[in-house]
Ligand binder design. Sequence first.
Ligand SMILES: Nc1ncnc2c1ncn2[C@@H]1O[C@H](COP(=O)(O)OP(=O)(O)OP(=O)(O)O)[C@@H](O)[C@H]1O
Length: 351
Amino acid sequence: MEASPWTAPDATGPIIELKGLKKRYGEQMAVSGLNLSVAKGEIFGLLGPNGAGKTTTILMMLGLTEPTEGSVRVCGLDPARSPLTVKRRVGYMPDDVGFYEDRTALDNLLYTARLNRIPLEQARQLADRLLERVGLAEAKHKKVGAFSRGMRQRLGIADVLIKQPDIVILDEPTLGIDPEGVRELLRLIRELSRQDGLTVLLSSHHLHQVQQICDRVGLFVRGELIAQGDVPSLARQLDQDGAVTVELAVGGWNARLAKTLASLPGVKEVRASEAAGTSEETEPADATHLAAASDEEKAGTTFVLLACDRDVASEAAATVVQGGGRLLALKRKQYGLDDIYHRYFEGGARA
Ligand SMILES: Nc1ncnc2c1ncn2[C@@H]1O[C@H](COP(=O)(O)OP(=O)(O)OP(=O)(O)O)[C@@H](O)[C@H]1O
């Protein structure tokens, strides 16, 4: 018989809570001191390179492997003590979902429903609804062996949803799917979170995809969550580490302006290039309103890139205006997860 939960599920608290979580395999520390909270309805992305500890963490959340140290709470339950209850409330989709290949999509779902003790009539209704939801209504009587990778993944989602879980954990859900299939799958995941209040934990290497749909992201490196937050807050963290780029389009550029900008505290480098034959590197991406400028004006425009260790945008603007220049465009570079990923994972400050 299953042990009773340590704490009652709390409607307002985090639906997933990991504290000081560690997992050791022999000499190898697969997960070391992980702290993480995920709120109900949130889409959280676990992002990290191979061997970072993502799967091990997921297995501990599912009660499939025991932590060496620390605590796991999923829906207020300890998965190691209440594995069956946790299994009922959490749907897990591994990166390669196993189906009965010679059975139809519908039969596979009904089989999962039976394992979860869902009465047949209810299971049929649920399966029909879910197949519709994941865009497989037409293919419900086709054998899964003939399904494409994208169709299998969508069926995988229906398969984890048939037991009506509170949380779904998706391990590399978009692996091997074509771009259109990826878009469809991401749209579906987003919809399930927003419309149905489902909590989604998504493990991935794919920065762009994670960035598109996750509310928050955790960066996993060598068993540690080195940073977590929404993308803008991770970007701010990146800025604080010293990497802001301010881009300006200036009319009436001159050597004095260059010198004054270079002397602003925090400015490390000033690079300027004329509009005619400008390099992409220094042309502000947001300089669209320059399109309205006359050729004469454009010809007199200089694109200026300031490499800084803090945000100097407003001081730079004031400097240009006070120095007699015309400020035609200004842009502070926004960092995406790509920049963050490279910074942290590939020889960056903390790597
Ligand atoms: N059963 C096991 N026995 C021994 N070592 C293991 C075991 N499972 C995982 N490891 C090790 O623990 C570390 C973390 O592995 P894990 O599979 O959790 O990483 P991951 O982030 O999921 O990687 P991937 O993206 O490749 O799936 C790796 O160094 C791995 O070799």
